[in-house]
Design a binder for this molecule. Sequence first.
Ligand SMILES: [Zn+2]
Length: 371
Amino acid sequence: MAERAYGGCAKYIQRDGELDRIGQHAATLGTSALLIVDGFILERYGERLHKSFSDAGVEAAAERFGGECWTGEVERLSEIARQNTVQMIVGVGGGKTVDTAKLVAMEFGLRLIIVPTIASSDAPTSAIAMRYHENGSTDRSVYLPRHPDFVIIDPKVVIEAPVRFLVAGMGDALTTWYEARANRDAGTKNYIAGGYRAPIAGLAIARQCHETLMNDGRAAKIAAENGRLTPAVQNIIEANTLLSGLGFENCGCSIAHGFHNGMSILPETHSMLHGEKAAYGVLVLLVMEGRPNEEIEEAFSFCEDIGLPTTLADLGLGNTSDDDLARGARAALGDNEPTHSTTAELSVESLLAAIYTVDALGRKRRETVIR
Ligand SMILES: [Zn+2]
């Protein structure tokens, strides 16, 4: 295949204390900004953010994010951006804040700086925003014409957040290589400029994402639990955010995310984080694609060691009926789901067989460990 396409955020910066230098980076893009900030982040870091912008000579207004990335909130913030005639949007916070900032910036073709305060998913670097309904249910993915100008992450901020977010980020990053390979083998498309085959660069990044998780994931979790920033934590922040972000966008998603999306219709999974559900989806993908035992065991032991779900009970689906699981599986096979990007044979039956097999394996492995 001769076709291929690559895309990604223009600049990625990760450094301890970079929160105090966001203004300097913003000054390279313009002189006025609207900051969209998570409420508790604004309370905790608002003063430092304001100082960073005023020191750099960038006029900045900060607006508290309303909590849901839906049309009404995007319109409210867009109106504020319009009234202030700002040149850039700066989104500071978790996934929904970041996605809202992307949508507001797109509204007026403004410059965009993304400042993730947790490393829980690979969304920040991408030109994709997930839109929700007011009640929190998923609306649709929006593909933006441009990537963020900057993604700036301060590990000193990330380490303050609960470790569960970093672990979930590793779950999301765990999907990247396996789903990239599934797309490569199936000859399916990535998310760049309407969809092309994955470039060598994308596959290499996805592969390196996996290597980094296997090398540094366990040590990073332990260090983060103790509030310590070590080289392993720094590497995992990059893997979760940059490597996984460039990897999924340039190579495509597959069964792991399809499983995530399908199971998300079941309310039992609503307390689970994106990367936690997707990690179980990785195990489902490996079983469905008939990958070698060593590979399946490597993925299981990684999930077990860092505390990602490996049984249905872990996912909150321990008491879910067969019918409900079948509903989730059917949703995972919807026409627009990435589940189809694989060489595996797909049906509700084959997907359910893999879901139950992973659960049986997960329980068996745990019993063996306890005895
Ligand atoms: Zn994901």
